[in-house]
Design a protein around this ligand. Structure first.
Ligand code: SAH
Length: 367
């Protein structure tokens, strides 16, 4: 296995370069390229070509390699399938928006949570990602944005807030971040320190691991917290999210309010709207009836939160059905009537299988 230079400390990198018979300053040049996310040695233009070729034979730049890169037809979303040194694959997604550039990162290879609607968990958990492996996903996105600039691709959309760098991070890719809490915290600290991404521009999404939320409270940084709720009662939630057998809804929400109250932050609630097919082949509401909307309103009444309604991205292996736009609006109208802040999450990159572990799953199926 080739050594991964990004994982070297400065003294280790210097020793490596000197052992190759090269002057010390090359280590500094290399480090600069690595910190910018150079995915290969060929991009390192101020390093002589002969050395670049030699390095390519004996070493790897980042802990992740791009296996596939897909771009949505509107040019706003780029999805990467990445391979780790042990052959595991993960996904990350770059979303260019009017308010900035947001990267959705994975925290684990696979997932152990077993949520019934999700593709990421179908092959189980392979392993936790290291802080460097999570951070590299941001670097890959940053490098891509740099390519946009070099190629004169219009930075889209041209919002004033969008200066062409990664500005927001959402930890909503494959995996449960609060099953890998210390590495995720290490990653966030680094993104804040080295890339200058503010705490308030970082969102961690969890299926509701109370111990992990308590750890975040102790860590005490004002990041945004998102809870994947998806059902307003324990009975229904336990049917689609096995984690609910361990941590009950009220305990999860109590912990979440404790976290957000500390920093006066709004809690994000994620709610996928699911349908099921009946024996006549018609789609019936699963967690999206008017009664569910009323129950959800009761749970959240008077609290500082935003309900993100998420249209379900169909996964072949799962027997749910997506709902029509009208059904989503009817559900939302009840929340609005009850004074609950809510919005419908815009689907991005559905034409490139950008939803939740689909790319990784399809690649594994085709192997
Ligand atoms: N494990 C964390 C983060 C990863 S999932 C969590 O559960 O929050 C990120 C979000 O995508 C979660 O809200 C998850 O429930 C949702 N999701 C999973 N599969 C989906 C699908 N097929 N369509 C839409 N959203 C999905």
């Amino acid at each position: 296995m080739k050594p991964i230079l990004f994982n070297f400390s400065d003294p280790e990198l210097e020793k490596f370069i000197i052992d190759m018979g090269q002057p010390k300053f090359r280590a500094k040049q290399l480090r600069e390229w690595l910190n910018r996310g150079a995915p290969d040695f060929a991009s390192m233009k101020n390093i002589p070509e002969s050395l670049r070729t030699e390095l390519d034979c004996i070493a790897q730049t980042l802990p992740v390699k791009i296996v596939k890169k897909l771009e949505s037809s509107d040019g706003e979303t780029t999805k990467f399938l990445l391979e780790l040194h042990d052959g595991e694959q993960i996904e990350c997604v770059l979303m260019r928006t009017t308010y900035g550039n947001s990267v959705c990162v994975s925290s684990q290879a696979g997932c152990a949570m077993g949520c019934r609607f999700c593709a990421s968990t179908l092959l189980g958990l392979k392993r936790n990602l290291t802080p460097n492996e999570i951070y590299s996903q941001i670097l890959i996105a940053q490098w891509e944005l740099r390519s946009d600039r070099i190629s004169d691709k219009p930075i889209r959309p041209n919002g004033d807030a969008n200066n062409g760098d990664v500005s927001h991070i959402v930890i909503m890719g494959t995996g449960e971040p609060l099953q890998n809490t210390e590495n995720v915290i290490g990653f966030i600290e680094r993104a804040n320190r080295e890339m200058g991404i503010g705490w308030r521009r970082i969102t961690l999404s969890t299926c509701g691991i109370v111990d992990g939320i308590d750890r975040l409270i102790e860590w005490n940084r004002p990041i945004n917290l998102a809870i994947s709720l998806h059902a307003p009662t324990d009975e229904l939630r336990s049917q689609i999210m096995p984690i609910n057998n361990r941590y009950k809804l009220s305990d999860v929400l109590d912990a979440a309010w404790r976290f957000t109250d500390n920093h006066n932050r709004q809690l994000m609630i994620e709610y996928i709207l699911l349908g099921k097919r009946n024996e006549n082949g018609e789609t019936v509401l699963y967690n999206a009836t008017p009664e569910h909307a009323e129950k959800l309103s009761e749970l959240l009444h008077g609290k500082n939160c935003m309900v993100n309604l998420i249209p379900w991205n169909a996964v072949d292996e799962r027997d749910f059905a997506s709902l029509s736009g009208n059904a989503v609006h009817r559900f939302q109208d009840i929340l609005i009537k009850n004074g609950i802040h809510t919005r419908i999450r815009r689907e991005r990159g559905t034409d490139i299988g950008s939803a939740c572990g689909q790319l990784r799953l399809n690649n594994a199926k085709n192997k």
